[in-house]
Ligand binder design. Structure first.
Ligand SMILES: Cc1ncc(COP(=O)(O)O)c(C=O)c1O
Length: 404
C-alpha cells in the first residue's frame, strides 16, 4: 500500500475551474475570489467573509484591525500549530500560552487566570475540527471583572470594551456549535485553505466576520479588504475598467490578497463540500471509530456531542500507557508498510523559538499528556474503506509489536 497523509482533492471540476480562470485573462484577485467569499460566507452563516492568502496573514490582519501592538498580550493555547502564536508575534504583541483540556481545546479557566490589563485578544483553536466550548469562553470574556481590567488603546478597542475573541478555525470549516455553524460563535473566525485543509486553495485563508453591535461587519470587511491590498483604494481589477486608473494609498496595509487562480481550486471544492466532501470525511472518521471503539488501549477523539460536531479534519487517536518513543516507533512501523500518519501537534512550548522565549512544557501538563501518545490518522475523500481497514490493522499490529 502507499497511502499519503493528505493529498488535495483535485477532480475535473477543479481542473475546469482553474482552466477557466487561466483562460479568462484575469488571474489575480477578482471575480473568483468574490465568488469564493460569497460561498464561504453562505456556508459559514455570516454576511461578510474576506479571502486572504493564508490563515496566518488573516490573523495578522485581524490583529492589525484591532490595533494590537508591542506591550499587548494575546492569549493562545499551548497546544496548536505555531502559526497561532506567530501571528501574535508578527503584530508586535506577546503570545500568552495557556494549557488545554483533555479534549485538546483551550481551558477557559486558564484563560481567565491569564487575563491582565494588557490582554487585547484571545485566540481559541478548534483542533482537528472539534469546536471549543464557545459559550463558556464567552462567559469569561464578557464578565464584568474582565471588562473592568480591559484597557482600550484605540476606538475599536473602546467600542469592544473587552478582549476580542478570535477563533483559529484553520481545521474547522463546517463544524457545528449549538446547532449553528461554529463561525457564529466567536467575534471573528479565521479558516485556513492551506493544501492539507478540508478545502484548499493551495495557500489561503478566510476571515468570517461575526462582530456584534456597535460594529458594522460591512464596514470592517471594507477596511480589511483595503488593508489586505497595500491600503490601496482601487484594486487592480477595478483599475482594469477603462478610464479607472486613479488610486490612492490611505494606510500602511499588508499585501495578503488571495489570487483568482488559487480561489478557483477552492471554489470547485466548496461547491460540493456539504454534499460530498464533508460527508466523506465523516464516513472515514466513523470507520476508525468502529474499529478502535472496543480496543481498551485506544482513546477516541471527540467528534460529536449534543452541542458540537467536528468538521472531521483529522482523527487524533491516542494510545493508553505508551511513551513518546513508543508512539514514534508505531508511526515508523506503519510508515514502513506504506501508510502515512502524523502528530498534531508538538505543543509550542517544546519548540525552540518558544523555549528561547522562556516557555516550558512543564507548565502545560495536559498539552504534553495529549501530545505524547497521539497519532493523527488521515482523513480525505479519496481514502477507501479498504485503505482505512489497512491503516487500522497496521496501527494495532504496530501497537502490539511495540508494547508486547
Ligand atoms: C491550528 C492551525 N492554525 C493556523 C495554521 C496556519 O494556517 P496557514 O498555513 O493557512 O497560515 C495552521 C496550519 O496548519 C493550523 O493547523
Amino acid at each position: 500500500m502507499n497511502i499519503p497523509f493528505s493529498p488535495p482533492y483535485i477532480d475535473k471540476d477543479v481542473l475546469d475551474e482553474v482552466m477557466d480562470t487561466l483562460q479568462s485573462g484575469w488571474i489575480t484577485t477578482g471575480p473568483k475570489v468574490k465568488a469564493l467569499e460569497k460561498l464561504s460566507a453562505d456556508i459559514s452563516g455570516v454576511q461578510h467573509a474576506l479571502c486572504v492568502n493564508s490563515w496566518t496573514s488573516g490573523a495578522m490582519l485581524v490583529l492589525k484591525w484591532l490595533g494590537v501592538k508591542e506591550g499587548d498580550e494575546v492569549i493562545v493555547p499551548a497546544y496548536t500549530y505555531a502559526a497561532t502564536a506567530l501571528a501574535v508575534i508578527h503584530s508586535g504583541a506577546k503570545p500568552v500560552m495557556v494549557d488545554v483540556l483533555d479534549d485538546f481545546t483551550i481551558d477557559p479557566k486558564k484563560i481567565k487566570a491569564a487575563i491582565t490589563a494588557n490582554t487585547k485578544a484571545v485566540i481559541t483553536v478548534d483542533i482537528a475540527g472539534w469546536p471549543c466550548d464557545y459559550d463558556v469562553i464567552k462567559n469569561v470574556l464578557f464578565g464584568d471583572d474582565v471588562k473592568e481590567v480591559f484597557t482600550p488603546a484605540n476606538d475599536v478597542q473602546q467600542q469592544l470594551g473587552r478582549p476580542l475573541l478570535i477563533a483559529d478555525a484553520a481545521h474547522s470549516f463546517g463544524a457545528i456549535y449549538k446547532s449553528r455553524q461554529s463561525s457564529l460563535a466567536a467575534d471573528v473566525t479565521v479558516f485556513s485553505l492551506h493544501a492539507v485543509k478540508n478545502i484548499t486553495t493551495a495557500e489561503g485563508g478566510v476571515i468570517a466576520l461575526n462582530l456584534q453591535q456597535p460594529f458594522d461587519n460591512g464596514v470592517v470587511y471594507n477596511w480589511m479588504r483595503l488593508n489586505a491590498m497595500n491600503g490601496q483604494t482601487a484594486d487592480a481589477f477595478t483599475k482594469t475598467q477603462k478610464g479607472n486608473w486613479r488610486y490612492d494609498i490611505v494606510s500602511d496595509g499588508l499585501k495578503v490578497n488571495l489570487t483568482d487562480v488559487c480561489a478557483a481550486i477552492g471554489l470547485a471544492q466548496m461547491r460540493k463540500y456539504k454534499s460530498k466532501l464533508l460527508p466523506d470525511r465523516r464516513r472515514i472518521f466513523e470507520h476508525y471509530n468502529r474499529f478502535f471503539a472496543d480496543k481498551n488501549w485506544a482513546i477516541l477523539p471527540p467528534a460529536i456531542s449534543d452541542e458540537r460536531e467536528s468538521s472531521y479534519h483529522l482523527y487524533l487517536l491516542r494510545i493508553n500507557d505508551i511513551t513518546e518513543a513508543q508512539r514514534d516507533k508505531i508511526i515508523q512501523l506503519v510508515a514502513e508498510v506504506g501508510a502515512a500518519t502524523n502528530v498534531h501537534f508538538v505543543p509550542m512550548p517544546m519548540l525552540t523559538l518558544f523555549k528561547n522565549m522562556g516557555y516550558d512544557i512543564k507548565d502545560y501538563p495536559i498539552a504534553f499528556n495529549n501530545y505524547h501518545n497521539e497519532i493523527s490518522l488521515p482523513i480525505y475523500s479519496q481514502l477507501t474503506d479498504e485503505q482505512c481497514t489497512f491503516i487500522e490493522e497496521q496501527i494495532e499490529k504496530a501497537y502490539r509489536a511495540v508494547v508486547k
